[in-house]
Design a protein around this ligand. Structure first.
Ligand code: ZN
Length: 371
């Protein structure tokens, strides 16, 4: 598989992360990035790109220049094998499952026997997966088996749920139903009106990634993807599309691109539930014998932007060093980021608290785009 890109040179734009809420970003805040348009990419090449701080938006790929941006963007990844859901994350999953299974959002626990049985049916691989038996600390400890609990209320796994909840993963494609959800999400959550589907198609449907078979060691469960590539994960409740994740499935990771949801369900923290589901997806692929799979990438971690720090709530996470691209534990990085605007974890002397230099931006903009 040959990968083909058209280099786009360097560009700068104002920064949306540090502008006060509700205000337009000013010229004093800026990001500088290298870019290219990818005509086609193998999944292995794109894996290497995101490990060097690149991201894609549709077929447009970019890499921020951390030292020369007011808000440096660090690639963050979560180790899905070591991840253990926190108490609040377990509560979110249980609450959603209770709603689907029982109807009302009442405090009725799932029958722990169902989750144990589910775990054995879909996740447990005796030769590869050694689960800890539920600790005998009483009912609470037995109730939540990760990651089986993420599927516990889905129609394909649940027994007699009150609501019909289905999650399906399909190669990214355009449908009116998806665009309608996206348009409502932009209006209700971001107060932005999107009547034309062209932007949605350009950034969330089109992809340069070429599908390739995932080398499972044995036949995977039916809900897992057969190929690497770009996907839409659709959440349907009683037949209605209520949320959609846009994800790339790559040799070493599931990479989260975007997430949209119906505002009616925001009390269930759909964004956090989707991240947990993506962690589970990567882990289940790994447990089906794909030993290279190991991480969830949540895009960029922006320490200077409070509302982006939620990406650090999943542990253990690592940030890519801006110079060597080695991975450093997030907790260690946060201490350096608290003290420096620009943090380099591999070379402490390279850290600086000086504002990003503004000179040179015009020169950068003058570099002609190619072709
Ligand atoms: Zn900024």
């Amino acid at each position: 598989m040959i990968s083909i890109v058209a280099p786009g040179g360097y560009s700068s734009s104002s920064c949306g992360y540090c502008s006060p809420a509700g205000e337009r970003s000013t010229e004093d805040t800026f990001r500088i990035y290298a870019s290219c348009t990818a005509l086609q990419l193998s999944c292995a090449v794109y894996q290497q790109m995101i490990d060097r701080n690149w991201r894609r938006s549709g077929t447009w790929c970019y890499r921020p220049d951390l030292k020369r941006s007011c808000c440096p963007l660090y690639t963050i990844k979560l180790d899905v094998s070591e991840f253990k859901p926190s108490k609040s994350q377990r509560k979110l999953v249980n609450r959603w499952n209770r709603f689907v299974m029982n109807g009302a959002d009442e405090d009725v626990a799932m029958d722990p026997r169902c989750v144990v049985d589910l775990h054995q049916r879909i996740v447990e691989r005796p030769t590869l997966y050694h689960s800890q038996p539920a600790r005998a600390k009483g009912k609470k400890a037995a109730e939540f088996i990760w990651p089986a609990a993420i599927h516990a209320s889905e129609q394909a796994f649940a027994e007699e749920p009150v609501h019909d909840f289905q999650v399906e993963l399909e190669p990214s494609s355009y449908t009116q139903e998806k665009f309608d959800l996206y348009r409502r999400y932009q209006e209700d959550i971001h107060n932005d009106h999107k009547d034309n589907p062209s932007g949605f198609k350009r950034f969330l449907v089109s992809s340069p990634l070429r599908p390739e078979p995932i080398p499972y060691m044995h036949e995977p469960p039916a809900h897992l993807p057969k190929q690497y590539g770009s996907y839409h994960q659709l959440y349907r409740l009683d037949g209605k599309l209520i949320a959609m994740s846009i994800v790339d499935i790559l040799p070493s990771c599931v990479s989260s691109v975007y997430f949209v949801y119906d505002k009616s369900w925001e009390n269930y923290s759909m964004g956090k539930l989707s991240a947990l589901r993506e962690i589970s997806l990567a882990r289940e692929i790994r447990e089906a014998g794909v030993t290279s799979m190991g991480y969830l990438y949540l895009g960029y971690y922006v320490h200077s932007c409070q509302k982006m720090r939620y990406k650090g709530e999943y542990s253990p996470s690592y940030l890519a060093d801006p110079i060597t691209y080695g991975w450093y534990p997030l907790d260690q990085c946060k201490k350096v980021l608290d003290k420096n605007r620009y943090a380099c974890f591999s070379i402490p002397e390279a850290c600086t608290n000086e504002p990003a230099p503004s000179e040179g931006r015009e020169t950068i903009l003058a570099i002609p785009h190619w072709p």
